[in-house]
Design a protein around this ligand. Sequence first.
Ligand code: GSH
Length: 311
Amino acid sequence: MTNVILHQYAGSPFSEKIRCLLGYKEQSYQTVEIPVIMPKPDLMALTGGYRKTPVLQRGADIYCDSSMICRFLDDIFPDNPIYPQDQIAALTAAVHWTDTFLFKVSVAVAFQPRAMAANDLFSDPAVAEAFTKDRAELTKGSTELGMDLSVAQPHWWQHMKLLEAQLSKAAFLGGESPTILDFSTYHCCWFVYKNDVLQGDLGAFPALAEWMQRMAAFGHGKPTTITGDAAVEIARNGQPAAISDASATSEPQFAVGDEVQVLPVDYGFQPTCGELMLASMDELIVKRTDPRAGDVAVHFPRLGFRVAVAS
Ligand SMILES: N[C@@H](CCC(=O)N[C@@H](CS)C(=O)NCC(=O)O)C(=O)O
């Protein structure tokens, strides 16, 4: 049993990306089932504001955003590496496009009217209304997640066609073994094609369908569920890991120790406030003290996040 805890819920595509990676890495881990909508009090005790799903925890270190989580998991479980350095710039760009633009397209396709009718989440009108209200709050001040189906559908087909062409030539997008791009692409496809109504559309893309089966065959590793309260207790009993290059900062406006807030640039503008511990080229770490969780270090990737003076 490793000591990482995945805060997630079953229907979350970005959580599926992490579950699938933990399957590929053949890891045992703990999970906390977090609520699909706010409030998420146990998660807030850990992140201090960041509300998106998933979040990964190791002791008193909290990792936000699936891109940060994947990098961290690849560092601590180095077997079967997924970041080939001879492709790293092209890969990072393609993964970011996939996790942002393609994800946005996939949301519109997955939530199209003919699919919604078969979605359990929306069978109870009260639940559907609460979900819609919550997601309106999540995307307040942002246009990043909204796309009409008439715009999304041709973009989706075009990319499925390109994936089909590439996957007819190799087992994975990374070639003979998967890279991070396989995991990012997989969660978008999973989100759309896990719906029985849309699954039939996959018939037009046999190589893509086989690749999805290969990805699904990695499984989810060995998860054991614990409560949110137990996860907060684990944070309280731990201490944030020491940072080796703490004095190094690539941030011109801020110094280590400054009070800052960190938040996503796309949607979910709920900031995490605290003391800047690290601002490297690819990571931001904020230290905060929570009444329940004690001292925690909250980690964010640089890509897709901004740091500002705490308000
Ligand atoms: N950039 C984020 C995106 C995460 C995201 O949008 N997750 C969705 C669920 S898959 C979410 O947070 N929905 C709102 C919620 O769970 O409260 C990542 O890579 O982790």
